[in-house]
Design a protein around this ligand. Structure first.
Ligand code: NAP
Length: 306
């Protein structure tokens, strides 16, 4: 792989930024990668594990002379970070982000982007329930989608360069409009996370009745919910606060379908349940055929440690 940018700055050094760093290094995509995290503890950890070629004590220092700046902080913090770094952005540089919600990030960041700097929001559809600088790994983006969400007037060449960069980190890249992105993600990620959080919360309430049985006998279904519900509270709080409309729209539809299934159970309508589950099984098949998950029994847990 060839070098795509001379200098890349990663602002925020958690799961996504650290995975980006290792993926950048794996493919030699940048001459130098600088990094910044707000807490001294995270910066120290980053230095200890060799995360970033240079870890800086301020965000401004990290972005100085950078050709690509990627904001890797929670969605709710993007605006303040953009405001902080704006005065030192290099003319001709590209600012991007990895936030899970796009309309809000565009609204919060755009006003701070100086003339002559390109802003191209992005969202890699890859993650784990782990967070922090030590959670990252180079393979996180392999064969996963990264959605670029150009804003009005985004420079074609700068978009092409960012696309090549994400492809170099292993991603498949698509472009999408911000509102459509937020709706699609509400269906595929945001609502499912809320449902997982709720189910684990319900089981926790129930635990008072059943003692430790919920944990002891947590077979695949519940266990998978607990994995999702272990995701970072700050990140997910921000997702729901900033993708409110799309999430509420999907949760409304979810509630209607849940009521329909509830009625089918009460009335003993086995045919409806069977047809519904047959349809959902086909969706799972489609995800596996698209190479987005494994069809190994129990998600391949026997073979991997996740
Ligand atoms: P993470 O592991 O929790 O790391 C977050 C980083 O942001 C940390 O370095 C943290 O600094 C910093 N930070 C937190 N609050 C901040 C604030 N108010 N101001 C400045 N910096 C702040 O998070 P992540 O999973 O990498 O997520 C980063 C972004 O990627 C989020 O926007 C998220 O929506 C998006 N994303 C996440 C996933 C996923 O599955 N995790 C997938 C795709 C996209 P300290 O360590 O110093 O506290």
């Amino acid at each position: 792989m060839t070098q795509i940018y001379d200098r890349v700055a990663l602002i925020g050094l958690g799961l996504i930024a650290s995975s980006m760093f290792w993926a950048i290094k794996r493919a030699g995509l940048a001459g130098e990668v600088t990094g910044y995290a707000r807490s001294e503890a995270t910066r120290e950890t980053a230095r200890r594990i060799g995360l970033c070629d240079r870890v800086c004590d301020t965000a401004q220092e990290a972005v100085e002379d950078a050709d690509l700046v990627v904001l890797c902080v929670p969605v709710g913090a993007m605006g303040a970070v953009a405001e902080d770094i704006a005065p030192v952005l290099k003319p001709g540089a590209t600012v991007s982000d990895v936030g899970s919600v796009k309309r809000h990030v565009i609204k919060a960041v755009s006003p701070h982007i100086p003339d002559g700097v390109h802003f191209i929001p992005a969202h890699p559809l890859a993650g784990t329930e782990h967070s922090g600088p030590e959670a990252g790994f180079a393979e996180l983006f392999d064969n996963r989608w990264c959605l670029l969400v150009p804003v009005e007037g985004s420079d074609i060449d700068a978009i092409a360069q960012l696309r090549t960069f994400w492809e170099g980190m292993g991603s498949n890249v698509d472009e999408m409009d911000a509102d459509h992105h937020d709706l699609v993600l509400a269906v595929t990620s945001h609502a499912p996370h809320l449902i997982a959080y709720t189910m684990v919360g319900v089981a926790d309430d129930l635990r008072r009745v059943t003692d430790t049985e919920v944990i002891k006998y947590s077979a695949a279904g519940f266990r998978d919910f607990t994995r999702i519900a272990a995701s970072d509270p700050t990140m997910w709080r921000d997702v729901f606060l900033t993708n409110k409309d799309a999430t509420l729209e999907i949760l409304g539809r979810f509630t209607e379908e849940l009521f329909a299934l509830q009625r089918a159970i009460r009335t003993g309508d086995g045919e409806q349940l069977f047809d519904y589950f047959t349809r959902t099984r086909a969706i799972r098949r489609g995800i596996i055929d698209a190479g987005q998950d494994t069809d190994a029994p129990d998600f391949g847990r026997g073979k991997t440690s996740t």
